[in-house]
Design a protein around this ligand. Structure first.
Ligand code: GLU
Length: 285
């Protein structure tokens, strides 16, 4: 049995790129005919209290139903998992792999010596320093973590076997000042808790998998297969975004557009004028 998921963050309306991602996850599960078929789960990644909005989560569910996508079981809300996130963070701290940091984005930008997949790489300023843990963010000592795990590989259904290179990101934040887990820790823990066997998501998150693979090794979590799909982009190669005028799924739904017909068009790679699929910048040559 395989299990996939769609995991939107309800901090903006869903657009065609989300619809495409949801279809990939849904169809990957529904197409599975070996050993018991597949399940498609839905997880709302709503832990960012300043940006998440409950009404956007409701809209997302309505958008998926409108497209004709049915998910298995109850909807999972990431915000219900904060105690589990805190417990995992405590384990990593007890392993001596996290350290507190108060550096601001501006300080990091000024001190960084390299660019990583997410921007300037944190140069390790607070590593090994006596930093006040009160209200700090906690970073993973990536080099120390890799010394414990040894080299790690992961497998993508499209791109093939990859050697994990979490060091590309530097020491990422795993515990935020305001939350027990950052995106990287929360997504890794919740995929494991939901028994996800195939993590489908856009190529924009390809490099993040290097970190997730390391976290799985450190926390003895099962290792899924990944399936990073191309992204729907505008003519200038940029990701779709509501603020640049791509209509949201909710706008289309309210305008009376035919949801299943739109889903069929996306499946057939028939996109509205000006949109195309791109493997993105991170796809290994
Ligand atoms: N919640 C993330 C997003 O909307 C996706 C998480 C994932 O698929 O890993 O971008």
């Amino acid at each position: 049995m395989i299990r996939t998921r769609f995991a939107p963050s309800p901090n903006g309306a869903l657009h065609l790129g989300h619809a495409f991602a949801a279809l990939v996850a849904h169809d990957r599960a529904r197409r599975e005919s070996h050993s018991g078929g597949g399940e498609f789960l839905l997880r709302i990644e709503d832990i960012d209290g300043t940006r998440s909005r409950a009404e956007l989560a409701e809209e997302a569910l309505a958008d998926l139903a409108w497209l004709g996508l049915a998910w298995d079981g109850p909807v999972h809300y990431q915000s219900h998992r904060l105690p589990a996130h805190a417990e995992a963070a405590a384990r990593l701290k007890a392993m001596g792999l996290l350290y507190p940091c108060h550096c601001t984005r501006a300080e990091i930008r000024a001190a960084a010596q390299a660019m990583g997949p997410d921007g300037p790489v944190y140069p390790g300023t607070c590593r090994g320093q006596a930093v006040d843990p009160e209200n700090a963010a906690w970073r993973l000592d990536v080099r120390k973590a890799l010394e414990q795990t040894g080299p790690l590989d992961w497998s993508d259904e499209i791109a093939g076997t990859q050697r994990a290179r979490p060091e590309l990101f530097g020491d990422v934040v795993l515990v935020r000042k305001d939350l027990p887990a950052s995106y990287h820790l929360a997504v890794t823990l919740d995929d494991a808790a939901q028994g996800i066997t195939h993590v489908t998501r856009g190529m924009d998150l390809f490099a993040a998998t290097h970190i997730h693979r390391l976290l799985q090794a450190l926390l003895a979590l099962p290792v899924p297969v990944w399936h990073h799909h191309p992204l729907l982009v505008e003519g200038d190669g940029r990701k779709l975004a509501k603020r640049r005028g791509s209509p949201s799924l909710a706008d289309r739904r309210r305008a009376g557009e035919d949801g299943p017909a739109l889903a069929a068009a996306l499946r057939a790679h028939r996109f509205p004028a000006g949109l195309s699929l791109s493997m993105g910048v991170d796809f290994p040559a």
